[in-house]
Design a protein. Structure first.
Length: 231
């Protein structure tokens, strides 16, 4: 392989291994030139090739960003879908039951110590949002996103990035009573969910994949039962 091909493959491998997450900015030109010991012209040729293949997007004056490879395929089938329908909420919960159970196992096996520290910070943020239902729900979502993003599985990361923000109301509609712009949980449900989050968090910190998977699936299963009780 020539230098352009070597650079292209190295960056593509880094993307597929989640060294750079979808939506994240790649290192600047100077950093990449030093990393690969190549000229600016050689680097630009490699980056142009990656952009033509849809792996990255160059933003003038800002840099190059990793694309979510599923975004275009995802957008069209979901156009016109009723986001608050119970059927969609249940479908999303079924997806999460599979996706998060596997993701949390990968986290236990693959996450770096720094990534675990970020997850720990995200877990603690949920408890710090007790007075604000909407902020608590967003912190809850962030905790699950951090787990997905630490799985080092590109498909898990990409799908989570597309599903969670897009279907925020649908996901949390099974748990929260929506009133204007505020969200609230009953005391009973809040206690159960807090314990489930704690079980996931503690298993991840211990890198106990089996316990983490069980805790994650119990959490999603409980959310599904709440939703099904409304049907």
């Amino acid at each position: 392989m020539n230098k352009v091909e070597i650079i292209s493959k190295a960056i593509e491998d880094g993307i597929r291994q989640c060294q750079w997450l979808p939506g994240s900015k790649l290192p600047g030109q100077l950093a990449l030139m030093e990393r690969f010991d190549v000229s600016r012209t050689c680097l630009r040729e490699a980056m142009t090739g990656l952009e033509m293949r849809g792996l990255i997007t160059s933003r003038h004056g800002s840099g190059c960003y990793v694309n979510n490879l599923f975004e275009l395929q995802f957008a069209e089938p979901m156009s016109g879908v009723e986001l608050d329908s119970v059927a969609l909420q249940l479908s999303i919960m079924e997806m999460r039951l599979v996706l998060e159970g596997e993701a949390v196992q990968y986290v236990c096996e693959r996450a770096t110590d720094d990534e675990l520290a970020v997850i720990a910070h995200g877990y603690k943020a949920i408890g710090q949002r007790r007075g604000n239902g909407l902020q608590r729900a967003k912190a809850d979502l962030k905790f699950h996103m951090l787990i997905a993003e630490s799985s080092h599985c590109l498909i898990v990361v990409s799908l989570s990035q597309l599903f969670y923000p897009q279907f925020f109301n649908a996901i949390y509609g099974s748990l929260y009573n929506v009133a204007g712009h505020d969200l609230s949980l009953s005391d009973e449900v809040s206690i159960v969910i807090s314990e489930q989050h704690r079980a996931i968090y503690e298993a991840v910190m211990l890198r106990d994949g089996d316990a983490a998977k069980t805790a994650a699936q119990e959490h999603i299963g409980y959310s599904m039962s709440l939703l099904e009780s409304r049907v």
